[in-house]
Design a protein around this ligand. Structure first.
Ligand code: ZN
Length: 210
């Protein structure tokens, strides 16, 4: 896909996320890996009103080389690209349900959302580690994310929101949407007896979904 097509797709998917309430105000940021660097949503930009021509352009070492100044959360994206050579895009949201799960003190910090549906398992995998709370912009968050992203396609920042990677921009957005739905199902059924996918069913999904 050309850079110009990636720019148009990023603007379109960001507007769709915003329209459905996955991001509000200037929250949330999205990046895409290009053959010679990265595209990143600009600082203080609203996902509902991005301009393809003004997206931040970064070189392979994440230096700002064009467009508006990048999001202050660019280091979260860098942590994922460095930890996961297969990551083609990263989506960070403050989506309500996933963020709510990241505020629960009594969940498994390695995998707070149990395997309830196949598409959650196929898109997110076996693990969704929780990164302990850091003030937004704290540089100590980057190595904390990087260490966990080596083993997981997505992480949940405690009291903040999810960061999700994918092979492509579309993959990363679909995975972020699936995570939000899984978080919603988990919260809806939390006080009810729930039938989960069993370990053999999870193994089968992991083995067949690549
Ligand atoms: Zn954030």
């Amino acid at each position: 896909m050309t850079e110009s097509a990636q720019r148009e797709l990023l603007v379109e998917l960001a507007a769709s996320l915003f329209a459905r309430g996955y991001a509000v105000g200037s929250a949330g940021n999205i990046s895409v890996r290009l053959p010679d660097g990265y595209l990143m949503t600009p600082t203080n930009s609203c996902l509902g009103r991005l301009d393809a021509a003004r997206l931040s352009r970064l070189d392979p070492s994440f230096a700002h080389i064009g467009g508006d100044k990048p999001s202050k959360e660019v280091f979260m994206h860098r942590a994922f690209y460095q930890a996961r050579p297969d990551a083609g895009a990263v989506v960070h949201l403050h989506s309500t349900m996933a963020t709510a799960v990241g505020c629960l003190p009594d969940v498994d910090p390695d995998n707070p959302i149990p395997p309830m549906t196949p598409y959650f398992v196929m898109r997110i995998g076996r693990r969704l580690p929780i990164v302990p709370y850091y003030r937004p912009g704290d540089p100590a968050m980057e190595p904390a994310i990087r260490d966990l992203a080596v083993m997981a396609r997505a992480v949940l920042l405690a009291n903040h929101g999810p960061v999700v990677s994918g092979k492509s921009l579309t993959d990363a957005v679909y995975a972020a949407e699936e995570l939000e739905e899984a978080a919603k199902l988990f919260l809806l059924t939390r006080s009810a007896k729930t039938r989960l996918l069993d370990p053999a069913q999870v193994d089968e999904l992991i083995a067949t979904s690549g």
